[in-house]
Design a protein. Structure first.
Length: 344
């Protein structure tokens, strides 16, 4: 089968479409014929730098954790799934016999050891789903309703990330909200917050094409920061989805005193400059948001309920053209948002 893999040779990282053996479904597993995969910022980070956050590439790795396809093989012991089922996948596997403290009960996204599709965080690395076939456990499978295509099902994972961020904020119903950074995750935060009842959503970014997508996903007002436009004042909640620490000073000033800021954009692992004074003097709550618990299930429900992610899907490439897909996803001047790979 074909697989989109990163190889580290010396100090360079190379993206290749390799021929690798077909996997077989083991006990409690199914094999999925993969159809669609969405390129994430972490996939780009492995390709460009050999590092994503604190995870360092040591071995060749198949990328991809935003995936969907059709089950084509059932392993022994599987009772709830059938060949032909259209599915997406929860990419996490919890590792180790840990006991979560009471204050973290139910927050499995904070489990001390976790393997994740297409991640180099563990050794050996966890192979991802940018391949012709991918094996997954029965409990990782999320069935797609009849009105949700596998193309849209591949967006369930990042929509789960956005939904978790909105959940971390508490109730957004009737509130004025700022989303800073409208790449794919920020645009999906806009959609998730709108679905959760936000009254007014302001979307801010440096890219006009990204702002147009955010508007299509439900933003009421867009702010082009490259033109010096100020952020709105006195918003109830803000979601920082750009990962740019320099933006924090303005965002903290934009939120009402005693308000809340959710950090959903990945921040650099190294020290980064940020103006934090308003965090203290406005007595703000600054809250992190990491992946999701089971909000991927909520995301599938939202897709089935009519949430339209098509405006987000700007480019599609065949698996043989994976390098051009990655180059397009990494270059904002192309107008790209979520770039999809057609895997089979």
């Amino acid at each position: 089968m074909q697989a989109v893999r990163v190889h580290k040779t010396g100090g360079a990282v190379e993206l290749r479409v390799d021929e690798v053996p077909d996997p077989k479904a083991g006990h409690g597993e199914v094999r999925i014929k993969m159809e669609w995969g969405g390129i994430c910022g972490s996939d780009l980070a492995y390709w460009r730098h050999g590092v994503s956050g604190t995870a360092v590439l040591k071995y060749p790795l198949t990328l991809g954790h935003e995936v969907a396809g059709t089950i084509d093989q059932i392993g022994p012991g599987v009772t709830t799934l059938n060949v032909g089922d259209r599915v997406t996948v929860h990419p996490a596997t919890l590792v180790g016999e840990h006991v979560m403290p009471p204050h973290l009960e139910g927050r499995d996204n904070l489990w001390p050891e976790c393997r994740y599709f297409g991640s180099a965080a563990c050794s050996p690395h966890e192979e991802g789903g940018f391949s012709t076939y991918k094996v997954a456990r029965e409990d990782q499978i999320r069935l797609l309703p009849s009105n949700v295509s596998t193309r849209h099902g591949a967006v369930a994972e990042p929509l789960g990330v956005a939904t978790h961020a909105v959940n971390r904020a508490g109730s957004v119903a009737g509130k004025r909200i700022l989303v800073n950074g409208t790449g794919p995750i920020g645009a999906l935060v806009v959609a998730a917050a709108k679905r959760a009842g936000a009254a007014t959503i302001y979307a801010a970014d440096m890219s006009e094409s990204a702002l147009r997508i955010a508007q299509a996903m439900g933003a009421d007002e867009t702010i082009n920061r490259s033109e010096g436009a100020p952020l709105p004042a006195e918003v109830d909640l803000a979601f920082e989805a750009s990962g740019a620490s320099r933006a924090l000073g303005d965002i903290f000033l934009s939120v009402v005193r005693g308000g809340r800021v959710i950090q959903v954009g990945n921040m650099a692992a190294s020290e980064s400059p940020a103006a934090l004074g308003q965090l203290v003097t406005r007595e703000l709550e600054y809250i992190g948001s990491f992946r999701f618990i089971d909000e991927i299930t909520d995301a599938v429900d939202s897709l089935a309920g009519g949430l339209d992610v098509e405006p987000l899907l700007t480019h599609t490439f065949d698996i043989d053209d994976a390098l051009r897909a990655f180059e397009t996803a990494a270059d904002r001047s192309t107008g790209s948002s979520k770039v999809l790979l057609k895997l089979s």
